[in-house]
Ligand binder design. Structure first.
Ligand code: ADP
Length: 480
């Protein structure tokens, strides 16, 4: 592999290019008209504009990306996450054009991209599943029957779901019909596929996922877990590795289950198997994400393995040289997704111009970003500005580093999730490791955050006042 194209933008495009550069591979960026001056464009060896700002006119147009590959003699495409990364037709198109897709084969993407097909694929592997149905249903009466068997509350889910969309919690029988209609219409408009199914709603679960890597020689390894329970709108904001609740035995069991899920679809490359873990430490298979995840850095830090490098090597047909027994967890890593969102206003996107943008630096701090001072945050794409990742010998150390790094991260021009990240890290439930996917619902209110920042402002004002009086005292000292 001599040249790769990164079919993505922002932090992940730069992240992939860094590894490619380290491996002596040339990089090609593609960009939309809104990203003309974006750092990922300058970071690449070559860059080509592929269309207008809306992603369906640029980053999602597979054919244009293939054309660029042909023109610039590209050997492989890394899709990053989002956009075309889990589009089986695109992966197939890439293969058909004799370009290497740095990711799984289209069959695995297709199977795991549909939650029902995924459940079906893993059937023979004895993987614990959330109680529910494993087929699409359209009749609310059937949903009621199932709910009676598994017990309320239930979760109506879109088979093609992603990004926390198309999910409806139903507590009572009388609400089934209405919620099902809503879920079907939401799934149809978001994914073009209205298939829904019913699962038991696990009331206080933790979201714990396992990173896996599979090569084309039949080797599948797991790289331990990531705890992703701090979420808003069913989407992750804070992730860490390892999880504070996994025992070595449970880790081994979940690791094996993840390896089996990967085997069930002949998986290749990096992937993530997601599980829910209940209060009694029972785990249930949720879904498999057939791409490099946003939160992959925490795994890289605790395992010492560059996952993108492994993806590129695997795509070239190389065998993974690491053995499962050699892998050890070293230290603790936490990631905060720094979104341009207002935590005081329901986490709504907060776009603007980054008049100040100064990321923190130092030992144990990694910032993966694709923004710089003076840049506008485009309205067309995901509002994630960066990922702030800290690494320490212990969980306490990583948490403290995160709090300090958040303090040192200077962003003006948009509201961000930075203060929310600090709120999480300072919260007793997070510090003691006793939390679940309802952290935000259970502990967070904008008022609490507001109160904290007001208290902080008050303290800062008092300190300033004290310094002022001290200065005055010095000035007033009579000269002899
Ligand atoms: P998506 O593909 O949209 O991200 P997932 O199936 O991965 O959907 O679930 C996203 C989140 O929704 C989970 O992390 C969890 O918080 C919640 N969730 C999903 N299924 C269940 C369930 N059966 N019970 C409780 N919470 C669930």
């Amino acid at each position: 592999m001599k040249k790769i194209l990164i079919a993505n933008r922002g932090e992940i495009a730069i992240r992939v290019m860094k590894t490619a550069r380290k491996m002596g591979i040339k990089t090609v960026a593609v960009f939309s008209e809104a990203d003309r001056n974006a750092p990922h464009v300058r970071f690449a060896d070559e860059a080509i504009c592929i269309g207008e700002a809306p992603s369906n006119k640029s980053y999602l147009v597979g054919k244009k990306i293939i054309e660029v590959c042909k023109k610039l003699h590209v050997d492989g495409i890394h899709p990053g996450y989002g956009f075309l990364s889990e589009n089986a037709d695109f992966a197939k198109l890439v293969e058909d054009n004799n370009i290497i897709f740095i990711g799984p084969k289209s069959y695995a993407i297709k199977t795991m991209g549909d939650k029902l097909a995924a459940k079906d694929a893993v059937k023979n592997y004895n993987i614990p599943m959330v109680p529910g149905v494993d087929r699409a249903i359209t009749d609310p009466k059937e949903a009621v029957e199932i709910a009676k068997q598994i017990g309320f509350p239930i979760l109506i889910k879109a088979a093609a779901g992603g990004g926390g969309k198309g999910m409806r919690i139903v507590e009572h029988e009388k609400d089934v019909q209405k919620q099902m209609e809503r879920a079907i219409s939401e799934a149809t408009s978001a994914f073009g596929d209205g298939s829904v199914f019913v699962e038991k709603y696990i009331t206080s679960p933790r979201h714990i996922e396992i990173q896996i890597l599979a090569d084309s020689h039949g080797k599948v390894l797991h790289f331990f877990e990531r705890e992703c329970s701090v979420q808003r709108r069913h989407q992750k904001v804070v992730e860490e590795a390892p999880s504070s609740i996994l025992t070595p035995e449970l880790r081994k069991k979940m690791g094996q289950a993840a390896v089996d899920v990967a085997k069930s679809c002949n998986y290749l490359s990096a992937g993530t198997v997601e599980f829910l873990v209940d209060k009694n430490l029972n785990f249930y298979f949720l879904e498999m994400n057939t791409r490099l995840q946003v939160e992959h850095p925490v795994t890289e830090l605790i395992s010492g393995v560059d996952l993108v490098e492994q993806q590129i090597r695997i795509a070239c047909g190389e065998a993974i040289t690491i053995n499962q027994e050699d892998l050890k967890i070293n230290g603790h890593a936490i990631e905060l997704r720094v979104y341009a969102e207002d935590p005081l206003n329901n986490f709504l996107p907060s776009v603007g111009t980054l008049t100040t943008y100064q990321p923190p630096k130092g030992k144990g701090i990694r910032v993966d970003d694709g923004f710089e001072e003076g840049m506008d945050i485009p309205i067309y794409y995901d509002p994630m500005l960066s990922k702030l990742i800290t690494y320490g010998n212990t969980r306490e150390e990583a948490i403290q580093l995160m709090i300090d790094a958040i303090e040192d991260y200077k962003i003006e021009g948009a509201q961000t999730t930075l203060p929310f990240g600090k709120f999480v890290c300072e919260h007793e439930a997070f510090r003691t490791g006793k939390f679940d996917t309802h952290f935000v619902k259970n502990y967070y209110t904008p008022e609490k955050l507001q109160k904290r920042s007001e208290e902080k402002a008050k303290i800062a004002a008092l300190v300033a006042l004290k310094l002022y009086f001290e200065d005055q005292k010095i000035l007033r000292v009579p000269k002899h």
